[in-house]
Design a protein around this ligand. Structure first.
Ligand code: C2O
Length: 341
């Protein structure tokens, strides 16, 4: 009724969904390999699987680091047209933002999941399938991707496991400055003694401010509504704007381009931390619901290749609870939560 009073026809709005056939390879060539099988609807694991615990990348023990390194090496070694191939998996991100996947029911309106309420939800789904595929490749259902804990004083630079240039976790386009410091937004140094400490404090303040700004309301936290047929950026979450974007831009050349950021394995750890911030916010008790009740949000759906080589349609409502997806984040101190700004 409210919608009708405002002059909006409720029947005209619908959740976004993806055309399984039509993907525009607009110059970037990042559309996925076609599927000749039926698309299946996502179902959470019917068999109990071990809970996957995502840990800070800078604290991974040698065994966990080796597993991760091996899984990415296997992904890189797959044939180029295999849906799990490292470049194919990187391109999944590209296809959801750079003029790739076409929205169902339109001829050529492509999906852009950034700058909208699908920023957190789409990346969560993407990481979920990525993690399950890596686990499959090393035959370990308990395998969990790490998170880049850049909101902690000890995590504010490229974690050691990503630095060895013979490792599958390496990317040659990173900036040398990123080895020293990860900038969460406007925390440049001046080269004076003690400057790095000031930059790190600045980072904690950015974290505090942005998290507080995002927490003002559920709709601010997620970002602007993107409904079927919408193609533009209706507005990003404060957390997407920063620290998310500055971390991309200051880490490296691949990391700073949406279409190529998946080429750097750091992308997964970066977004794992972004996803963790959603889980942290969700866990803070409050009066209002931490979910957008709008069906255009909850029933939006995306397509992914899964760990069984099925093409799967997953809805936003399937990704709201990480536990239902089988993973949690290791608890670590949140120094920025109570810091003065
Ligand atoms: Cu899909 Cu960090 O961007």
């Amino acid at each position: 009724l409210l919608l009708m009073l405002r002059g909006i026809d409720p029947a005209a709005s619908a959740p976004v969904s993806i055309d399984p056939i039509n993907c525009l390879d607009s110059g970037l060539k990042c559309c996925p390999p076609p599927s000749y099988k039926e698309i299946v609807d996502f179902k959470p694991d019917s068999q109990p699987t071990p809970l996957r615990i995502r840990r800070p990348a800078h604290t991974l023990d040698a065994e966990a680091a080796q597993k991760y390194e091996k899984a990415i090496a296997l992904m890189r070694a797959l044939p180029r047209d295999h849906p799990w191939n490292f470049i194919q998996q990187s391109n999944v991100h590209c296809a959801y933002c750079s003029g790739g996947h076409v929205q169902l029911g339109t001829k050529n309106v492509t999906i852009e999941i950034h700058g909208s309420w699908h920023f957190f939800t789409w990346h969560r789904a993407y990481l979920y399938f990525y993690e399950r595929i890596l686990g499959k490749l090393i035959n370990d259902a308990s395998f969990a991707i790490p998170f880049w804990n850049w909101d902690d004083l000890a995590g504010m630079s490229i974690p050691t496991i990503y630095r060895d240039n013979t490792s599958s976790l390496f990317n040659p386009t990173r900036y040398p400055t990123a080895l020293n410091f990860t900038n969460l937004g406007g925390c440049e140094g001046d080269g004076t003694p003690g400057s790095l400490d000031k930059q790190k404090l600045c980072n904690l303040q950015v974290m505090h401010r942005q998290f507080a700004a995002a927490s003002n309301s559920t709709s601010i936290f997620f970002g602007g509504a993107l409904r079927a047929g919408g193609g533009s950026f209706p507005g990003g979450s404060p957390i997407e704007n920063s620290p998310h974007s500055p971390v991309h831009v200051t880490t490296g050349a691949d990391m700073s381009q949406i279409s190529k950021s998946g080429y750097d394995p750091l992308f997964i750890a970066h977004h794992s931390n972004v996803d963790r911030l959603w889980a942290i916010w969700e866990g803070i008790p409050g009066k209002s619901s931490k979910v957008i009740a709008d069906p255009d949000f909850l029933d939006a759906s995306f397509l992914f290749w899964d760990e069984n080589l099925e093409r799967v349609r997953i809805r936003v409502r399937d990704v709201i609870d990480p536990r239902k997806l089988g993973y949690v984040y290791q608890d670590v101190p949140l120094k920025w939560m109570d810091i003065k700004t």
